[in-house]
Every structure is written in structure tokens, then in C-alpha cells.
Design a protein around this ligand. Structure first.
Ligand code: FES
Length: 142
């Protein structure tokens, strides 16, 4: 039913756990079965690009949910946030050598949680930026 790769990621999940003081956290819940995945990330700037330096996950869910979470974190480590935003569910399923058709929906959890972690990081970055003074804004508009 499951590929060897799926079973391997389920038996030996990569990047399991939670990062202390993460730069971003995202959580996704499957409303149908109630399974959930939480992903935390550390981000580093390399050559001006924001890159995932470390990533951890916790999944309460089925074999497919754990395996896709493990593989997704493996794929994301060392990648830029822009590259990760282009990840698709099909890519993850393909890298796992397929999933039973009834389990394909389980692969949404990890990607949704990861993309929320990136959004969380980016919104924290925006709130750190100093607001421009009203005087500067007025001078620019003249
Ligand atoms: Fe719930 Fe797989 S059955 S995520």
C-alpha cells in the first residue's frame, strides 16, 4: 500500500521536534480527520536571500501525514523562501514515490503548515521595520 520511501520516513522521521525561539511557526489541521502538523523554522540571510537554515515538525496523524511532513522538511532545508513557495503537493507525493489515492489529501498538512510558518516569519519581519516618519512621507509627496 505504501512505498518503501513513505514507510522509511514514517519509521525514521527527519527533523522531528520543535525549534526553540523559531523565526516562524505554522500549523495546519485537516478538518475532516482532525490530524495536525506544526512546523517551526529558523531563517538565515545568504547573499540577500532568506533561506531556511533549520526546520522541525510535529505531526499528530497518519502514516502519510508523518511521511510527507518529514520529506517536506528535508526538501525545505537550505532552500530560499521564494523556492519553497513554489513547492507543490504533487512534488512531495512524487518524491515519496506516490501515495495511495485516498491518502493524497494528507500531504496538504505539511505544505500548508510550512507556508504558514513562512508567512509568520515575513509578518514578523515587516513589523520589525521602522515606520517612516510622517515628515519623510510628506516631503516625498511634494
Ligand atoms: Fe488525517 Fe491522513 S488521515 S491526515
Amino acid at each position: 500500500m505504501y512505498s518503501k520511501k513513505v514507510l522509511n520516513h514514517f519509521a525514521k522521521p527527519r527533523n522531528l521536534g520543535e525549534i526553540k525561539n523559531p523565526d516562524g511557526v505554522g500549523e495546519a489541521i485537516n478538518p475532516v480527520c482532525g490530524d495536525s502538523t506544526k512546523i517551526s523554522i529558523k531563517v538565515k540571510k545568504i547573499d540577500g536571500k532568506a533561506v531556511v537554515d533549520d526546520i522541525k515538525f510535529r505531526t499528530l496523524g497518519c502514516v502519510a501525514a508523518v511521511a510527507t511532513s518529514s520529506l517536506t522538511t528535508e526538501l525545505a532545508k537550505g532552500k530560499s523562501l521564494a523556492e519553497i513557495k513554489k513547492f507543490t503537493r504533487d512534488q512531495v507525493v512524487w518524491k515519496l514515490h506516490g501515495l495511495p489515492i485516498k491518502k493524497v489529501h494528507c500531504s496538504n498538512l505539511a505544505l500548508d503548515a510550512l507556508k504558514k510558518a513562512i508567512q509568520d516569519y515575513q509578518s514578523k519581519q515587516r513589523s520589525k521595520q521602522k515606520p517612516k516618519s510622517i515628515k519623510k512621507i510628506r516631503n516625498k509627496s511634494k
